[in-house]
Design a protein. Structure first.
Length: 109
């Protein structure tokens, strides 16, 4: 049972890390491929960060087309998944109310 819980926590952490990386990563390495399409060393590809790239195609004319994952969607999913999109007033009020209950319960004991 604890192994399943650990796997769940690890998967959740990996999902958050992946969404964060998609939302905030740079696309510089993909642009390098586009700019040097004809003079590009294939051995260099393994050293590039192509995490945000969803697809690379070469058209009939030899040009490259690179498609990226939707950063906005990744950002929205990250906000929803982590709860950062909550109304700050509600979060503050909830925390204040919880603290007041804790103090009230401590006074009763």
């Amino acid at each position: 049972m604890t192994i399943d819980l650990e796997m769940s926590v690890n998967n959740e952490s990996a999902a958050i890390d992946g969404l964060r990386k998609l939302a905030f990563c740079k696309i510089n390495d993909a642009v390098k491929i586009l700019l040097a399409a004809h003079d590009f060393d294939a051995g260099l590809i393994s050293k590039l960060d192509l995490f945000p790239v969803s697809e690379i195609k070469q058209n009939r004319d030899g040009g490259l087309e690179i498609k990226f994952y939707d950063r906005l969607k990744a950002f929205e999913m990250l906000i929803n998944y982590t709860g950062c999109g909550e109304n700050p007033q509600n979060s503050f009020y909830g925390a204040l109310e919880s603290a007041a209950k804790s103090v009230s319960e401590a006074d009763e004991v």
